[in-house]
Design a protein around this ligand. Structure first.
Ligand code: CP
Length: 337
């Protein structure tokens, strides 16, 4: 089965009807107005959680969460999201006691099985392209929770929601100039692939500068750079000096070196610990800069930074649940907009 091109996927717009029943493979499906709709619903979800814990709009609805790779945040925030809206979930651990792992069942058959019982599936898989293949055959919404080194669209959605929230960027204000430093394993980091694309296409900035800071051999893939280059108001710059880059940044987005993507332990050992964001690095940054990280971290942000008010990564993690609540409400047709 061919991996679908982005053009074969539904476009998600300001119309709630465009989201209902749709799958999400890539951030490229989402128009700027569609992003605004999702964020409006996310704000509403945050308000609902903070005032009354949740509601019952997904009562009697079931979500399948199918993870063939380790996860804490993505799996738990989707599960919390559906339960906060009155629904329930079934979890399949593709690495654990599942027929996929123990009996050799195919990915496609596993999803066919889940679709018999549930209303939508959240899927993470280590093979780039696998989630796209599943979306082609699925009869119910499938949400990409990370496909190998491809994309992690819901992470980018919560990242951009957090950037807007922290930097007070709204649809009504003048569009800002924004400099974002993407630091770390940009080759394997699917979150930065989605984030660079989403920031470029979002139209939320007057001018966007993406600075890529990575160890040698772990640069941002050319395909992502080519996508971003289509947007006239975006500048892409490779940088090597972290302290210099941080001095001009509005957002420092840190990623870990993805040990599990390396062919050998030796290759990982050669680049691990290449960079550490610590209080000394933070002393070079603007007082308004924020630090984000999709998490989990290993050692690339020293824990001493956690107490810095500019460390926004735990707030970012919480935002993941609100954005995923909004996404579920939209694809399951219960968003009240
Ligand atoms: N950010 C993220 O995808 O975290 P998990 O791997 O814990 O889901």
């Amino acid at each position: 089965m061919e991996t679908p091109t982005d053009a074969s996927l539904p476009t998600l717009t300001e119309s709630v009807d465009s989201w209902k029943g749709s799958s999400l493979l890539s951030v490229t499906q989402i128009t700027p107005a569609g992003l605004q709709l999702l964020f409006d619903v996310s704000q509403e979800m945050r308000q609902i959680v903070r005032t009354k814990g949740g509601d019952n709009r997904l009562q009697h609805r079931l979500l399948g969460t199918v993870f063939y790779e380790a996860s804490t945040r993505t799996s738990c925030s989707f599960q919390a999201a559906v339960m906060r809206l009155g629904g329930k979930f079934i979890h399949v651990d593709g690495q654990g006691n599942s027929s996929a792992n123990k009996k050799g069942e195919s990915l496609e058959d596993t999803i066919r099985c889940l679709e018999c019982y549930t209303d939508a599936t959240v899927l993470r898989h280590p093979v780039h392209g696998s989630v796209g293949r599943v979306i082609q055959m699925a009869t119910k919404p499938v949400l990409n929770a990370g496909d190998g080194v491809g994309e992690h669209p819901t992470q980018a959605l919560l990242d951009v929601f957090t950037i807007r929230d922290e930097l007070k960027i709204t649809a009504n204000n003048d569009k800002p100039k924004l400099t974002v430093v993407l630091l770390g394993d940009l080759k394997h980091g699917r979150t930065v692939h989605s984030l660079a694309k989403l920031l470029a296409q979002s139209k939320m900035t007057a001018q966007l500068t993406l600075q890529y800071c990575s160890p040698s051999g772990l640069e941002m893939p050319q395909a992502v750079q080519d996508f971003v280059a289509k947007y006239y108001n975006v500048t892409q710059q490779p940088v090597t000096n972290l302290a210099e880059a941080v001095a001009t940044a509005d957002v420092l987005y840190v990623t870990r070196i993805q040990r599990e993507r390396f062919a050998s332990g030796d290759a990982y050992e050669q680049v691990k610990g290449s960079y550490v964001v610590n209080n000394e690095i933070m002393s070079q940054a603007k007082s308004s800069m924020i630090v984000l990280h999709p998490l989990p971290r290993v050692d690339e942000i020293a824990t001493e930074v956690d107490a810095d008010p500019r460390a926004a990564y735990f707030r970012q993690m919480e935002n993941g649940m609100f954005v995923r609540m909004a996404l579920l409400a939209l694809v399951l047709g219960v968003a009240q907009k």
